[in-house]
Design a protein around this ligand. Structure first.
Ligand SMILES: NC(=O)c1ccc[n+]([C@@H]2O[C@H](COP(=O)([O-])OP(=O)(O)OC[C@H]3O[C@@H](n4cnc5c(N)ncnc54)[C@H](O)[C@@H]3O)[C@@H](O)[C@H]2O)c1
Ligand SMILES: [Zn+2]
Length: 527
């Protein structure tokens, strides 16, 4: 949807029609649709029901239109004052037609059909609305002293230049409370101002030094959105996920007087989003958190799904809470600074999502494995989006039917065991990569997975530089691995269970495989 916003007199209808003609799309005007629905003019709705009733009707109408077929949609001048509407605009192309106050007045004159003209505080409204437009706009075009055709041409050119850069929206969980949007794509973090929850006046930006520049930009955007934002730099990687670091953040929140409606923002890898999410979950029993993951693993896994937590000496992720974010911004441009050694482990989860649910992911990687992992190329954002969609789908369905989430564990039973036996010196993704090869071997040896499909695991993972063997020809680590697998938290009771593939994108469960079978699969990855 291409949405036009701006003050009355900006030329939304005229420019909108001209733009719609150029793009071959229908033109819609939310005010006209509201009048049709209400069977009365907007002035009449204002006069008889009041402004707040009008705004509610307006928000509901816009929500419907945004869900409808593609069009150029012009919004009433006050529509962006509604935070729900602003949130809904995320993921759409939003064009702000900028007009000066004097020009706006000159254009609309004393039009009696415009109830807002009667407002005594018109100049104040103008100022407040400019801020709202800036929060949602992806493109801004000046309109003063310009003809509508000229403005439409400029917008069309800007849209063409912006094509492919528009963030894609993935919804997680129920519509309404508990549900949230994930925006994926290059530049997606710029959409932050429009997503700040209503009522947030303070924000704590938790980040590592590795993404300090981005965090500073996030602080500036929060300022634009009307929040006083504080930066909190935390130690790198797992050193961030400690009770001490969490306690230092609680103190910051306390000193700055954070209330129930204030906001925490996590900017960084999975370690930061886990920590920020946990601090948000526990402060005043839960305040909103917006996650801005900056690693591939963070985007396709840690930041989506609502699991948060910290580590203690006795183990990783033992203390935590389930706390779905208010929004997630997967800005794939941030991956440009990520060292290659950190990017490929994230690919293991992408490949996993491909095998359990999205064959197209595998095809995209196979077509050009080098391009697939290039953060400046067009394929990686698509892979991230597809992967987020798989996780979002599983997480959403899991809220209804409680065993689907288990399929995300594909490759993880053996992977976790490798991490443990290697004293957590292996990257999680590298261990999962070997774990996927192991699960495929287990599936093949138990007659569930075809030989070709099993081989495809090795080929795809190796093509993006992930390990596909766990060298141990003498089998020295087998008993430690078996013990670790038996202790894995995903294991129920005494029997071991694995996710295996009965076909591409057909995950199934393998319960209580014999030790001979487990060992035969091990010989394949260890040989
Ligand atoms: N909550 C969940 O569901 C879930 C799922 C998977 C993983 N996790 C957790 O996520 C963590 C692992 O996340 P990770 O793999 O992102 O590692 P990480 O957070 O440790 O980040 C890896 C490294 O990359 C650096 N970095 C991050 N973004 C960067 C950028 N854009 N440019 C340059 N450097 C950057 C970090 O500073 C760090 O050194 C683990 O703690 C794991 O438990 C949680
Ligand atoms: Zn994982």
């Amino acid at each position: 949807m291409i949405v036009l916003v701006g003050f009355m007199g900006a030329g939304k209808s005229t420019v909108g029609r001209s733009l719609a003609d150029r793009l071959g799309l229908p033109f819609l005007d939310s005010d006209t649709v509201i009048e049709e629905r209400a069977g009365r003019s907007i002035a009449q709705v204002f006069a008889s029901d009041g402004e707040s009733a009008f705004r509610a009707l307006e928000a509901a109408t816009i929500a419907d239109l945004l869900d409808g077929p593609s069009a150029v949609l012009s919004l009433g001048g006050g529509a962006c004052g509604n935070p729900t509407t602003r949130g809904r605009l995320a993921g759409h192309t939003v064009v702000h037609l900028e007009v000066s106050f004097d020009q706006a007045l000159a254009r609309v004159g004393a039009d009696p059909r415009r109830p807002v003209l009667a407002a005594p505080d018109l100049a104040d409204r103008y100022a407040a609305r400019q801020a709202d437009y800036a929060r949602v706009a992806t493109v801004t075009v000046r309109t003063d002293a310009r003809r509508p055709g000229e403005v439409a041409a400029e917008i069309a050119a800007a849209l063409a230049a912006d094509a492919g850069r528009a963030a894609r929206l993935v919804h997680v969980g129920p519509d309404g409370p508990g549900g949230y949007d994930v925006l994926v794509g290059p530049g997606a973090s710029a959409r932050l101002p429009g997503l700040v929850p209503a009522g947030a006046v303070r924000a704590l930006v938790v980040h590592t030094r590795s993404v300090a520049t981005l965090a500073e930009g996030v602080r500036a955007m929060l300022g634009e959105a009307g929040c006083t934002a504080y930066l909190a730099e935390v130690p790198d990687a797992e050193a961030a996920k400690t009770a001490q670091v969490a306690a230092s953040l609680w103190s910051l929140l306390g000193q700055a007087g954070f209330t129930r409606t204030d906001l925490v923002v996590g900017v960084g890898g999975g370690a930061v989003t886990d920590l920020a999410g946990f601090v948000a979950a526990s402060w005043l029993r839960g305040v909103p958190v917006i996650q801005v993951p900056t690693t591939l693993a963070g985007m396709v896994d840690a930041a989506v799904g609502g699991k948060t937590g910290i580590n203690i000496a006795e183990g990783k992720n033992l203390v935590g809470a389930f706390h779905p974010p208010a929004a997630v911004l997967c800005d794939t441009d941030t991956l440009r600074t990520l060292p290659a050694a950190e990017l490929s482990p994230g690919m293991a989860e992408v490949v996993k999502h491909g095998f359990i649910a999205d064959p197209r992911t595998l095809e995209l990687i196979e077509a050009d494995p080098v391009l697939a992992v290039d953060p400046t190329g067009p394929v990686l954002p698509e892979l991230v989006e597809r992967s987020v969609r798989v996780k979002a789908h599983v997480v959403t369905e899991d809220l209804r039917e409680s065993s689907l989430r288990e399929i995300l564990n594909y490759g993880h039973t053996f992977g976790h065991a490798v991490e443990q036996v290697e004293g957590y010196l292996w990257r999680h993704g590298s261990a999962v990569s070997v774990g996927l090869v192991y699960a495929a071997a287990l599936g093949r040896l138990s007659g569930r997975t075809s030989a070709d499909l099993a081989q495809r695991h090795t080929d795809v993972l190796a093509s993006v530089g992930l390990p596909v063997r766990y060298p141990d020809a003498a089998g020295e680590r087998w008993s430690a691995l078996l013990t670790a697998m038996s202790r894995d938290k995903k294991t129920r009771g005494a029997t071991l269970r694995f996710v295996v593939l009965d076909g591409l994108a057909q995950p199934g469960r393998l319960e209580g495989p014999s030790e001979d079978l487990l060992r035969a699969a091990y010989r394949e990855v260890a040989g």
